[in-house]
Design a protein around this ligand. Structure first.
Ligand code: TXA
Ligand code: MG
Length: 314
């Protein structure tokens, strides 16, 4: 069911979970101090227990209650990009329950850029919130996706469609050099400009690196349809296929052909909704026009990361 902000506050305080909007994707929020609520999140999502949660805050000072040995870079980055789609990993304080961090000695923190999420957290305190999808499925980018995924059983604070549509950048600040564990709307070069240090991008196909970000070990973002990458726009469309294109002219839009000429932000906003629509309409295949890595738009790396994972390539 859809709940009001007031109801969401009361539900969280009562130890319930509530799906909340952020600027990236909807999250499944629980009080970060309430162990049984956090356990409910794992159960509801069907999430493996060693995959840690991001703690969402509404005020930079709340990081002091969660992390220790906080480096100066944290404050520069938080001041520049928060509220926003950047998650920062710090050494955790002993008071942060192991269930939040999957037993790791580090904690992931972010301040979401959504007015309803911020109003909620100001009243409840820090919230754990993984993306609200059942484990392995595409993240919800609209309230109706959450209602559908859990057959109306999870209360949802409806904040409209999420603006960015892809999950936040995850940046590890506990490694010898800062490293991106998951690409998102905040890119390595944007981060490098603020901290004046080289930022590494952890390759998901590298097994040693995978261990650093537990989430990368699992299947992600997968629709039921098979995803096929295309090198270019085909001259003929397979009526059994659902197409997501970026270089075609907008005139060919149809129920199964969606084109975003050069509009990578629009493509990112809609990507998971397309995965879901293709599944609802029963398309066995989703064809996605490959995006050259060299393309300059800041979302390209995150888009390719999600598309390749959904296609089972990474
Ligand atoms: O945009 C987002 O980040 C959304 C919204 C709701 O905020 N949340 C989200 O959470 O995507 P989730 O749980 O689906 O993805 C969090 C990722 C996972 O890959 C997890 O393994 C990683 O962050 N992560 C969390 N804590 C970590 C830690 N201490 N060390 C390394 N990776 C961590
Ligand atoms: Mg997720």
């Amino acid at each position: 069911m859809i709940v009001s902000l007031h109801e969401a506050v009361n539900l969280i305080r009562a130890g319930r979970i509530v799906a909340i909007p952020t600027e990236t994707v909807y999250g499944l929020a629980a009080d970060a101090k309430n162990l049984s609520a956090i356990h409910k999140t794992f159960e509801t999502k069907g999430r493996p227990p060693d995959n840690p949660f991001i703690v969402h805050i509404s005020d930079i000072e709340q990081a002091d209650g969660l992390a220790r040995e906080i480096p100066e870079e944290f404050y520069s980055l938080a001041k520049t990009f928060w509220p926003g789609p950047l998650t920062l990993i710090l050494h955790k304080k002993a008071t942060v329950p192991d269930v939040v961090t999957g037993g790791l000695d580090t904690v992931a923190i972010r301040m979401p850029n959504h007015p309803l999420a911020l109003k909620l957290i100001r009243q409840t305190g820090p919230l754990t919130a993984p993306s609200a999808n059942p484990s392995g499925k595409p993240s919800p980018t609209r309230a109706v996706h959450v209602l559908y995924d859990y057959e109306n059983a999870v209360p949802v604070l409806d904040g409209g469609p999420t603006r960015i549509g892809l999950e936040s950048t995850v940046l590890n600040l506990t490694s010898p050099e800062p490293e991106i564990l998951r690409p998102g709307a905040v890119t390595a070069s944007m981060i490098e400009k603020v901290i004046d240090k080289k930022v590494h991008i952890v390759s998901v196909s590298d097994t040693a690196s995978r261990a650093k970000s537990p989430g990368t070990r699992y299947t992600h973002y997968k629709p039921n349809a098979e995803i096929v990458l295309l090198d270019s726009v085909p001259s003929q469309f397979d009526p059994e296929g659902y197409y997501i294109l970026h270089s075609a002219s907008a005139e060919i839009n149809a129920i199964n052909v969606h084109s975003y000429p050069g509009d990578f932000s629009g493509l990112a906003t809609d990507l998971y909704d397309h995965f879901r629509t293709a599944d609802h309409l029963g398309y066995p295949k989703i064809y996605i026009e490959s995006i050259p890595d060299a393309d300059k738009h800041p979302l390209i790396q995150a888009l390719n990361n999600r598309i390749r994972k959904a296609a089972g390539l990474d």
